[in-house]
Design a protein around this ligand. Structure first.
Ligand SMILES: Nc1nc2c(ncn2[C@@H]2O[C@H](COP(=O)(O)OP(=O)(O)O)[C@@H](O)[C@H]2O)c(=O)[nH]1
Ligand SMILES: [Mg+2]
Length: 193
């Protein structure tokens, strides 16, 4: 279990990135998939990351320092409705600039709402992370809202439609019920060694 979680800063411009002093794990996903909920639940914090019902609210990279050992970074979501082109462009510049900068990236978590069907934006995200070559793992969130059978069916749908490779980890989780976190902790332990 994590002992000490500190909110470090929100970054709106690449010039303001903190020095890359720690290994880094970033969380990417559609707005509303549960990125902030994951940070709160996984790190066992009440509300260190804002859980927002306003999609697209977070337009910053939010840095959390965990046990003075690694950065966990909450990235702004994609796919929210009615976003002006300019905002979307800024999103791309910020995220791509960040993920391509010389930092100690160990892993990207790609988080999805398991109830959805992957769409073109989700496929574009996979293409983008494949091109980055940073290792990634898939988190299928909100399993509390589906039956066992639907969870398995949706897992199959996601891995087929996003062409997830056999070697890529897929974790089934619920941030609401704090389910499925133990295997992720074990996985991170290996990755941060
Ligand atoms: N049923 C269910 N709802 C969840 C779960 N995780 C997050 N949510 C809800 O999904 C919405 C978006 O969550 P949030 O963490 O703000 O998503 P973000 O935009 O990716 O940061 C909120 O209403 C959360 O309460 C989950 O595991 N199960
Ligand atoms: Mg959020």
């Amino acid at each position: 279990m994590f002992k000490r979680v500190e909110f470090l800063k929100s970054v709106y411009r690449l010039e303001d990135l903190p020095p890359p002093e720690y290994p880094e794990i970033a969380i990417l996903g559609r707005s509303n998939a549960g990125k902030s909920s994951f940070i709160n639940a996984f790190l066992n914090q009440k509300k260190i990351a804002r859980v927002s019902s306003t999609p697209g609210f977070t337009q910053a990279l939010n840095f959390f320092l965990v046990d003075r050992k690694f950065f966990l970074v909450d990235l702004p979501g994609y796919g929210f409705a009615k976003v002006p082109k300019e905002v979307y462009k800024n999103w791309q510049i910020l995220i791509e600039g960040y993920l391509r900068s010389p930092r100690d990236f160990r892993l990207l978590f790609l988080i999805f709402d398991i109830r959805r069907t992957p769409d073109e934006l989700d496929k574009a995200l996979i293409k983008f992370v494949n091109y980055l070559k940073t290792p990634y793992a898939i988190l299928l969130n909100k399993i509390d809202s589906l039956s066992k059978k639907d969870i398995e069916d949706q897992k199959e749908t996601f891995s087929k439609s996003l062409k997830i490779q056999e070697k890529t980890e897929i974790f089934l989780i619920s941030c609401k019920e704090k389910l499925g976190f133990e295997p992720i902790r074990a996985f991170l332990k290996k990755i941060l060694k």
